[in-house]
Write a new protein. Sequence first.
Lengths: 224, 450
Amino acid sequence: VVPGGVSRTAGNHGVLFLDELPEFSRGACEALRQPLEEGEVTVARAMTSVLFPARFALVAAANPCPCGHLGDSRFACRCSLYDLHRYASRLSGPLLDRIDLYVQAERLTAEELTGAADAEPTARVRARVLAARDVQRRRQGAENGRLAVPDLAAHCQVTLAARRTLMAAVDRLGLSARGFHRALRVARTVADLATSDRVEDHHVKEALSLRHLPIIGDREAQLL
Amino acid sequence: MTGMEGRPAWWTSRVGEREVLVSLAATPGPLPAAVATRLAEGRDPASLLRAHSPEPLAAAARLDALGVRLMVPGDEGWPLNATPPDPPCAWLFVAGTAPPPAMASVAVVGGRRASPLRRAAARSIGAGLAGAGWCVVSGGAVGVDAAAHAGAVDAGGRTVVVLGCGLDVPYPRANTGLFARVLAGGGTLASEHPPGAQPRAANFLPRNRLIAALSAAVVVVEAAEDSGSLSTARAGGSRGVGHVLVLPGAPWDPGAAGCNQLIRDGATLVRSLTDILDELGATVSDGAIAGAGSAAHGAGPGAPTWSGLDPPARAVLTALIDGQLLTHGRLAAATTLPPAALDAALLDLELAGLIRRTTAGIQAIGLPGPPAAGGGPAVPSAAPSAVSSAAPSDPRGPPPHAGPPGTGDRPAPPPDPRGPSSPFQLPSGQPPSARELEYSGPGGDDDRDD
């Protein structure tokens, strides 16, 4: 048995980038669930079963729909509702639930495409990220992403308002138990980046906004 | 083709007229409206049979097995005596109770892709009409059709679903549960098409004339340009006896293009359920179209109000008030809110059940009510996320409520941010409610495996 992609190429502590995620087979996508959750992957064969390390950051890209124009301000989407449902169904809820940050890329204007002069330079962002990671390691001996659920309570103290927002998200937005804990870690990170000791309500709201994803292919969930 | 060569093998001159009609109705292929037109021109029904027309007894047995009846003009309870459609209708396949005469029914029509606000209005109108004793008639599509039926059925009313396919064809699949609820509520599924007929595009325009013919009035909740809803409304209007009642919209709202055209052509503009019921000659004290929420879920003191929203949330909702989809970027441009404030406002509105996000953009699904009338509790500018909402009904399950007509006093869609409507919350998913989630147990215990 030889280590595969998630243990070798993407490497331990690497980045696994999957372009056009819905084009991967459902089996391949579902196989990501264990490593995403546990940082290890079990390869079982007839005689033996091998555990490989597989701690990586998953980055994935997807079109909003098969034709690519859903939500486009310039071109109309040509997909039927059936197309959209089929496209959406290629990504399982449990996999999407394990993804923390969603960013929808909208069409850029020419000005945005050529300008971007006021954007923050990557070097400065990097310094901020490294500083936040330092803070995290000093506080809890690990980055926020590796905080075990039992340790969340100790290290992710949230304000009362923030807690209320999280609970409301569970009740009204269908945030799962896993999603709840993941949102809490992201909120902790947002606070760390803002060099705040406490996780405030607006940190939680930012975290929820980041994870609260427009579901791929969902033009109109049928309301009735 | 008129000759004897088209006759089926079982045909003899002794076969009765009713039997011939049963076979003719059950013959797959020709458009029923076309056959009906020929019959109305005086053609002999037997001459219209085709070689593959089924043997009448077998056809009748098949209908029996499916629980479907064939009704023809002259039958007791034939609903179209007073309102013959054009082109005429020679038969109806019916499941459930017979459709009531047109004078007892109101059609509610609109498109499949109507905005959530207009669907909510349809639901509310369906409930209000049912509450006032009207039978609701509509098609079987997702969107406005389904909303109108669901509103009426949930309010304990009867509805007639007029399909463009055979009654045994589960189309659209998403609504088969709704159809069962319609039947369970004493309602009707009706179609000109024999069992097994697929929903061909050509079926729907003729179908619309039946919706109009089965109703005393047509309420147009949504109509894009050149839409089917427009054809239904025109069929209702051209009959003369029919009223056409239309919810208006902003000139730039594509779902209102047909509505506004109808109003320009002389249809009646309605702003509220009260307007509709007034027009129908019914009396009801009060009712707001967007009262879907207030009717169905109760606009308690905790329900969001305009004054209860903070300024960024108000700005976002105002930008979305026509019910259209706006991308995050466009919303940012429209509101000129900084990103963090915009995201916080979006989340607040989402938690309050007033907007939803999709890949296609952000959309209002509800509007807050006006400030509580009669010196109700002054609503502090608490975050709407603190609002205690009645649990939204599961969109797929049997809704727990039976909504009386709305209790608000303003109509839904007017673009007036100062207090246009009552709140409603459309179900947008089934929240796996878990209040004690905090820090509970090991991670990964909520695996929604599929």
